[in-house]
Design a protein around this ligand. Structure first.
Ligand SMILES: [Zn+2]
Ligand SMILES: [Zn+2]
Length: 378
């Protein structure tokens, strides 16, 4: 038994002197972590914490990669600001270094941590393992709300918070979490289209060419002859990644969509204007999946867009978060993705100590990955 095994998890900043004392007392090493007070960008730091203490049944995981995304930026700008810091990081890839007795995931396995776990109230959804549809409030999400994330050198998690991913996936495993919500959205789109008497698969429209939009063009696009991606301000990396997909047509100009018809829409833009234009292009009986969270206040667009949806007999689906099964499905999907496409998505890497600079930067790359360990295989 580890000396600290039965002590509750606490994460506090410690001084070097304290670390020396604790190293003697607990025989475990401290870790460094990406810490921030949500809503206080200036508090971003890479700082020493106590070693994560393992509760009974928990695994100890060595961090390999952590992905940063727009959700992290929203956390940095959250209002009102929080009172206490948390460890950032909801897109993870790690390696098991210590497994509990009877654990089904072996030491050395690659794992991804899931954002939500079962709620303490054991709601109807969590009782059947669908914590992504948890009915409790407030939600607890690692790296986002009320719980430390995966942006530390080592972290602890129970088996129901872990998804083992194939070793051959290598560094691309860090894309499992962002892809998982898209897998859920594609499942829903397929389910709806399966009930339609006429479900043409000629044209798909993807609004937004950020990391999620680019992944959507690949994942959803496999079900359609042509995928049109629209983004008025794409990054060079997004254009390069989309260039790897033979079925994608890209445009910066919504005017080129006007008057055309698409069979389905995936919105990854979070832009009410883009959503209204997408609905305008949607064919009668079409399906729309919302993957972006709407920004700004464009209330005037809403009545016209809703009227359009009704008159077109459209089906609207939306997703946030994903089940463990959808995480696992995302890992399997990634195994078949073109390597050049995935490598383009992971174009920019930083070291953990550089994350405060990322937080302060204005224009992000397509996707930024924080590399904790050098030995992550491709
Ligand atoms: Zn994310
Ligand atoms: Zn619940």
């Amino acid at each position: 038994m580890r000396p600290c095994e039965l002590i509750d998890v606490v994460t506090v900043t410690v001084t070097v002197a304290q670390r020396r004392r604790r190293a003697v007392a607990c025989t475990v090493a401290p870790v460094r972590a990406m810490r921030v007070v949500p809503g206080r960008l200036e508090s971003a730091e890479f700082v020493w914490l106590e070693e994560p203490r393992l509760r009974v049944g928990e695994y100890l995981v060595e961090s390999l990669l952590v992905g940063l995304c727009g959700t992290d930026r929203e956390l940095l700008a959250r209002t009102p600001a929080a009172e206490v810091p948390l460890t950032l990081g909801h897109e993870s890839l790690g390696r098991v270094v210590e497994a509990p007795e009877g654990g089904r995931i072996p030491v050395g396995a690659l794992v991804v941590g899931v954002i939500r776990g079962a709620c303490t109230a054991a709601c109807d959804a969590c009782r059947v393992g669908r914590f992504d549809q948890c009915r409790s409030s407030p939600l607890v999400e690692r790296g986002l709300y009320g719980a430390d994330g995966y942006g530390s050198e080592r972290w602890a998690a129970a088996e129901d918070r872990l998804v083992q991913v194939p070793q051959s996936l290598g560094r691309f495993g860090v894309l499992v979490e962002p892809l998982s919500s898209l897998v859920k959205g594609r499942d829903r789109m397929r389910a709806v289209r399966g009930t339609l008497p006429i479900a043409n698969s000629d044209r798909l429209l993807v609004a937004g060419a950020g990391p999620i939009g680019v992944l959507a063009a690949w994942l959803f696009g496999q079900d359609f002859a042509v995928t049109v991606v629209v983004d008025p301000m794409p990054s060079d990396a997004a254009l390069a990644a989309l260039g790897e997909l033979a079925w994608v047509e890209f445009t910066q100009d919504w005017a080129t969509i006007a008057g055309t018809s698409v069979d389905a829409v995936v919105d990854c833009s979070g832009s009410p204007d883009a959503l209204a234009r997408s609905i305008e292009a949607l064919a009668p009986g079409g399906v729309i999946v919302l993957e972006g969270i709407a920004r700004d206040d464009h209330a005037g667009l809403l009545p016209a867009a809703l009227r359009n949806l009704v008159l077109k007999d459209a089906t609207v689906c939306a997703t946030v978060n994903a089940s463990r099964a959808q995480y696992a499905a995302a890992a399997q999907e990634l195994l078949s993705a073109p390597e050049g496409f995935l490598a383009g998505l992971l174009e920019r890497e930083i070291r953990p100590q550089e994350w405060p600079e990322w937080a302060a930067s204005v224009k992000p790359a397509l996707k930024t990955i924080v590399r904790f360990a050098a030995d992550v295989a491709d």
